[in-house]
Design a protein around this ligand. Structure first.
Ligand code: ATP
Length: 317
């Protein structure tokens, strides 16, 4: 096979708790990550030169070594030099549908697709956990994006523990096109404002992360109780982002008053806000209502749903 096309789904955070500082300087996190049906399409072709080339239809996505998909290909070339010289370089085309810098792991899922695609192109036969381990060196959300679904992620976000699949829950996403929130800024500001309450010793960090496994939202996920899941959504980063970005707060407030909305929350470090609903019909109605209440052309709205998978092959030639 000389070429593969893959789908790379976005994620939302149903839960994001900042537990404390890790000895390595990163934040210790406890998250529940959920794949959604909004996805980019990634095409991978083997080429005869030994270069990595990126093409993307979105003007704000870098096409050089700053692209996470490029970094994923470079990582594979370094890790598997014999396969790289045997099969040649890689041309990567990204058809962007996921809003960028949105808290939806757009770059991370592209990187995960490149890892999965090169594994296939080069017949490496890597296991899911080997791919996840490679992904962890590219970014905290990359390991999750490989297999996706509904997962508890602890540590920096790379320690994954699967939960029962959720797929019959509908979502409206709202994001101001021109508004970007830097993930680094959000975590830094959180540390400045709330760092004095962080857990720092290794034993207590582990105990707190473990407690998430028996927490209310996890119980609701096991019970497949959508209303209860929606009631237990949580994101610590809202404490810094909502006060600094009134537009994000406004989306949250308007969603909360719409008929059928079971719960609403910011995803990751924002600025995307999502609402959970029981049916597609209700989700479409909420999307129309949001457009009516906030007639700002800069506001992007998407109806999507939870999905049970991460990277999938669409076709191979
Ligand atoms: P996360 O939820 O993992 O924090 P995000 O959805 O907030 O991710 P991305 O869409 O990954 O953010 O984009 C963050 C920045 O990364 C962008 O401003 C962009 O310049 C850069 N970037 C690098 N590679 C990609 C890619 N393949 N797709 C989108 N953005 C990318």
């Amino acid at each position: 096979m000389r070429s593969y096309t893959l789908t790379a789904p976005a994620k939302i955070n149903l839960y994001l708790e900042i537990i404390g500082d890790r000895p390595d300087g990163y934040h210790e996190l406890a998250m529940i990550l959920q794949s959604i049906d909004l996805a980019d399409q990634i095409e991978l072709h083997s080429i005869s030169t030994d270069s990595i080339r990126i093409y993307c239809d979105h003007p704000q996505v870098p096409t050089d070594e700053n692209n996470l998909a490029y970094q994923a290909a470079e990582l594979m070339a370094t890790q598997f030099p014999e396969a790289f010289s045997k099969h040649g370089g890689i041309e990567i085309t990204i058809n962007k549908h996921i809003p960028i810098a949105a808290g939806l792991a757009g770059g991370s899922t592209n990187a995960a697709a490149v890892l999965v695609g090169i594994d296939l192109l080069w017949n490496l036969g890597l296991t899911q956990s080997e791919l996840e381990e490679l992904g962890a060196s590219l970014g905290s959300d990359v390991p999750f994006c490989v297999a996706g679904g509904t997962v508890i992620a602890t540590g920096r976000g790379e320690q994954l523990s699967p939960l029962p699949n959720l797929d019959n829950i509908y979502i409206v996403l709202a994001k101001y096109r021109s508004l970007e929130v830097s993930t680094a800024w959000a975590y830094k500001t959180y540390r400045q404002q709330f760092g004095n309450s962080y857990i720092r010793n290794t034993k207590d960090l582990a105990a707190r992360a473990a407690a998430v496994h028996s927490g209310g939202i996890v119980k609701a996920i096991f019970a497949k109780n959508t209303a209860e899941i929606a009631q237990k959504l949580h994101n610590d980063l809202e404490r810094v982002v909502l006060s600094a970005y009134p537009q994000v707060l406004q989306l949250r407030e308007v969603f909360a008053t719409q008929e059928g909305v079971l719960g609403t929350m910011m995803s990751g470090s924002g600025p995307t806000v999502f609402a959970l609903l029981e049916s597609e019909q209700q989700a479409q109605a909420v999307k129309l209502k949001m457009r009516e209440i906030i007639p700002d052309e800069d506001l992007e709205l998407f109806v999507t749903r939870m999905t049970t998978h991460g990277i999938q092959i669409v076709s191979s030639v």
